[in-house]
Design a protein around this ligand. Structure first.
Ligand code: 5GP
Length: 112
């Protein structure tokens, strides 16, 4: 499996990277849906959350805690929304697991 996000990890295409460590990468969404819209992705190419394995538990926790730390560093930790679209029917378009961090505007519930 090779997606556009693998190419961003490998620096084959550019992205506005805001955070990187051994396990994950975070970069600004090219088509932002809010004033702050950042994607946090594992370097391991998991296609979607439903394909993750029990052994991925520490990695998934790391992604969530990283998203929170990024929210703090972006100054949006008072109000932000995390989204994981799992599968086409839920709006997933890139099949490399990612957490959307969205902030900077009001959000409605239920989501559209
Ligand atoms: P999904 O719809 O799969 O949950 O989210 C995929 C996200 O990836 C979308 O918000 C889309 O704008 C973003 N995206 C797709 N291609 C690129 C790209 O080449 N660079 C960046 N930075 N974001 C991308």
């Amino acid at each position: 499996m090779d997606t556009i996000f693998s190419k961003i990890i490998n620096r084959e295409i550019p992205a506005d990277i805001v955070y990187e460590d051994d396990l994950c990468l975070a970069f600004r969404d090219v088509n932002p849906q809010a004033p702050t819209h950042i994607l946090v992705i594992p370097k391991k190419p998991i296609s979607k959350l439903a394909e993750s394995l029990p052994g991925d538990e520490p990695l998934l926790g790391h992604l969530l805690l990283t998203a929170n730390r990024i929210a703090e560093s972006e100054g949006i930790d008072d109000a932000f929304r995390l989204v994981i679209n799992n599968g086409e029917g839920a709006g997933q378009t890139v099949f490399h697991l990612h957490i959307h961090i969205l902030a900077g505007r009001p959000f409605t519930w239920p989501p559209g």
